[in-house]
Write a new protein. Structure first.
Length: 269
């Protein structure tokens, strides 16, 4: 077994318990648990002998994923979100593909069932990624995920650097099923506010990093104006008003070059 599975979780207990049953238990699994759930760590490590849970202070997906990569000791690592369900033979099939292409690749990207591909196809443009397979040494050599980003656009930024590094990226005819939700339902509004703040902050940060401040500023201004108008429209709808206030705040903080400071207001004890 030449691959370690890395999962970043945050308030994901129920869906994570479902997902782990789909893995071939001969492979090592590292779960970076960003909500610091000690009971989940005990439960999972007692149930799965191939699994290690690391309790982590929540500094974002990228930082947690980087920890998992550093802890892995195998040649390959496979990143999988809690809500991406794979088949038991997925990793074995991925390792077979590496032999078919003589290990000449930078990254292999899985596709969800709704957008599957029929054959191995080259990726030449920046794209978002969800579940992917990569050589551990390559991942670490290009710096892993940008830890300035708490959430969103860290994947596109990473793909951009792989392309710049002239490593080959392929989509492969191996799919996963996405259930579109990696956290417990009771935290929906807090997670939604968090997502909107970070989506806007990260969009500006990513564009600024790759194209310059002026371009990023011109791109983001219409989003800011729209968010302000929506706050006014939804004055009597507290939940929607909070979401658009988060969007405006994320844009403002990113434009003034403030770090990505917002965190979901959820008890993590």
């Amino acid at each position: 077994m030449e691959t370690t599975i890395i999962i970043v979780s945050y308030k994901s207990r129920s869906i994570l318990l479902q997902n782990l049953n789909n893995f071939d238990h001969r492979y090592k699994v590292i779960v970076i648990e960003n909500s610091h759930d000690k009971n989940l760590k005990i439960e999972l490590e007692q149930k799965y002998k191939n699994l290690k849970v690391v309790l982590n202070k929540n500094k974002g997906f990228g930082q947690a994923a980087n920890i998992g990569a550093k802890l892995a000791t195998t040649k390959y690592i496979f990143f999988c979100s809690p809500d991406n369900f794979i088949k038991k033979d997925t990793l074995n099939n991925l390792e077979k593909i590496t032999k078919e292409i003589r290990d000449e690749f930078g990254m292999l990207i899985l596709t969800d069932e709704e957008n599957k591909v029929d054959k191995i196809s080259r990726v030449n443009e920046k794209c978002g990624i969800s579940s992917f397979f990569i050589k551990r040494d390559l991942f670490l050599s290009i710096g892993g995920f940008d830890e300035n980003i708490f959430l969103y656009f860290e994947d596109i930024d990473f793909v951009s650097r792989i392309i710049k590094n002239k490593n080959l990226i392929f989509k492969v005819p191996i799919t996963f099923k996405n259930t579109h939700g990696s956290h417990e339902g009771e935290y929906n509004i807090e997670i939604e506010v968090n997502r909107n703040w970070h989506y806007m902050w990260s969009m500006f940060y990513y564009k600024k990093k790759h194209y310059g401040y002026f371009y990023a500023f011109l791109l983001i201004i219409p989003y800011f104006i729209r968010a302000i108008l929506k706050i006014i429209i939804f004055l009597k709808n507290p939940k929607k008003k909070e979401v658009y206030r988060a969007r405006a705040s994320g844009i403002f903080n990113s434009c003034i070059l403030k770090d990505s400071w917002y965190r979901p207001k959820i008890n993590t004890k």
